[in-house]
Design a protein around this ligand. Structure first.
Ligand SMILES: NC(=O)c1ccc[n+]([C@@H]2O[C@H](COP(=O)([O-])OP(=O)(O)OC[C@H]3O[C@@H](n4cnc5c(N)ncnc54)[C@H](O)[C@@H]3O)[C@@H](O)[C@H]2O)c1
Length: 463
């Protein structure tokens, strides 16, 4: 006989309405759950409550309005209110990095303590943020330490795998749903929550029998809490490894006159390798891979494991930006007072997120070289203007990439926004001081660029 579900038809709370929390909240509301979200940044919570998405993500604004109007998604006026109204609470707060590379878990600890101090009924607390192995056990201790009398907590781990830029698509089309649990009751509650997503049906149409049988669905990986945390860190470290791997191959290609895009294609067609994350270029960035590989390295070292392999994966990545600067200098010699157009600031296309963006590291180096900067990004320019780099006096911003190329000594493509492929390059060549394109993302066709008359350099390719 299966143990009962912990909460039948639970009310769901989401703490932290960022790049993970908001799509998750809206996705869960959209499949039929009552979801209340909260963010301790009051202005952000207020914007979301008013139907204004706080960051760019395809489809997010529409999904926000839709689920506010359906009444299934609401924003609490305080974190405490969301805790009180929920049975199952997904913790989606930030886990930034400390100076030593370890994960800063203060937001996690704070969320755990706040939940404990404000819960008057039993709760299932689900850690969705990316955390080092054993963090959920620390959350469990915290919950117990601060719990009110007669209130009990269970902790589960449900790492998130969505990719910014396709966050909502990824919610509705998961490759896998990892559930780290400590009891049948917690497992069945989480199966109940996610089953409508896989069964494409309403929560009310799902029978108990289907919930109990769901554990044999291939998409669910059901395990213990520590293993669930490790699945996330190991996955991101593997993806980072693929990128650094192909970037080193690109270096060999450059020295040997070979073409890394063909090497990657030839490798990627092998299903054991796969073609994704084999694009040579400026390296990985964003709020996941750079900090997660550092945190994974640190927790491994703390546990006495030699993590030099992963440390080198990170070092290879950090060197990519310097290599692009070297290529620029190789062509233009002294950079001071040259005008350089940088296309792309976001860490990847489809988002305005510039956290740990390699383009930001590149811009910082160009500023150190005292160049004049013409900046263009289809979505991330406003985010950039909020950073200290924007205080540099020699920056001009352009909403149109063509305008940004007037009289420049070089264009650097730093983010592979697909719209950069369809720019009329013939049109801009003559407007440039010198027609040099440094394609740090291998976005363009080298043969076409050379045919137009550009001096063109990519990464790990012939030219
Ligand atoms: N961004 C991604 O693509 C991605 C993908 C998978 C996993 N993750 C992981 O998910 C977690 C969240 O990442 P993110 O990108 O959504 O971060 P984010 O910075 O966009 O959002 C975190 C939010 O939590 C809020 N917050 C902090 N403490 C809080 C508290 N005690 N109560 C309520 N709200 C609080 C912050 O104000 C912020 O709005 C991280 O651990 C990250 O590593 C991120």
């Amino acid at each position: 006989m299966e143990e009962k579900i912990m909460f039948d038809n639970p009310n769901i709370g989401i703490l932290g309405l960022g790049h993970v929390g908001l799509p998750t909240a809206l996705g869960l509301a959209d499949i039929g759950w009552n979801v209340i979200g909260a963010d301790d940044l009051k202005s952000k919570a207020q914007d979301i409550a008013n139907g204004d998405a706080p960051f760019y993500e395809p489809g997010l604004s529409e999904m926000l309005i839709k689920n506010i109007n359906s009444g299934r998604f609401s924003v609490a006026s305080s974190v405490e209110e969301a805790i009180d109204a929920s049975d199952v609470i997904f913790v989606c707060v930030g886990t930034p990095q400390n100076d030593d590379g370890s994960a800063d878990l203060s937001q996690i600890e704070n969320a755990g303590r706040t939940i404990a101090q404000n819960s008057n009924t039993n709760k299932l607390v689900v850690e969705k943020s990316t955390t080092p192995v054993s963090t959920s056990l620390r959350i469990k201790d915290t919950l117990r330490r601060y719990a009110k009398e007669n209130v009990e907590f269970e902790v589960a781990v449900n790492p998130e795998f969505l990719r910014e830029g396709t966050g909502l698509y990824d919610f509705f089309n998961p490759d896998r749903i990892v559930l780290g649990v400590e009891s049948e009751a917690a497992k069945n509650t989480l199966l109940q929550i996610y089953l409508p997503l896989l069964a494409q049906t309403n929560p009310s149409d799902i029978s108990d029998k289907e919930i109990y049988e769901a554990k044999s669905n291939d998409k669910f990986v059901i395990t213990d809490v520590n293993t669930a945390e490790l699945i996330k860190h190991a996955s991101n470290s593997f993806l980072a490894t693929k990128i650094s791997f192909i970037n080193l191959v690109a270096d060999i290609c450059e020295k040997s006159g070979s073409d890394v895009s063909k090497v990657a294609k030839g490798m990627g067609l092998d299903p054991r390798i796969g073609s994704s994350f084999l694009q040579a270029g400026l390296g990985f960035g964003g709020y996941c891979l750079p900090k997660d590989i550092k945190a994974f390295t640190k927790i491994g070292e703390d546990l006495g494991v030699d993590m030099s392999f992963f440390r080198e994966v990170d070092n290879v990545n950090i060197r990519r930006v310097d290599q692009i600067i070297d290529k620029l200098k190789g062509k233009l010699w002294v950079l001071r007072d040259k005008t350089i157009a940088v296309w792309g600031i976001a860490f990847k296309p489809g988002t305005d997120d510039i956290r740990e963006s390699p383009a930001m590291a590149l811009i910082e180096k160009l500023i150190e070289e005292e160049v004049k900067l013409n900046l263009h990004d289809p979505k991330a320019m406003e985010e950039f203007k909020r950073t200290s780099l924007s205080e540099y006096s020699n920056i001009e911003y352009f909403t149109d990439p063509i305008d940004s190329s007037n009289n420049v000594d070089a264009i650097i493509i730093a983010t592979d926004w697909p719209e950069f492929k369809s720019v009329d390059y013939k049109n801009i060549k003559d407007a440039m001081q010198y027609p040099f394109v440094l394609d740090a993302r291998n976005l363009l066709n080298p043969v076409e660029m050379l045919d137009i008359g550009f001096d063109y350099i990519g990464v790990g390719r012939y030219s």
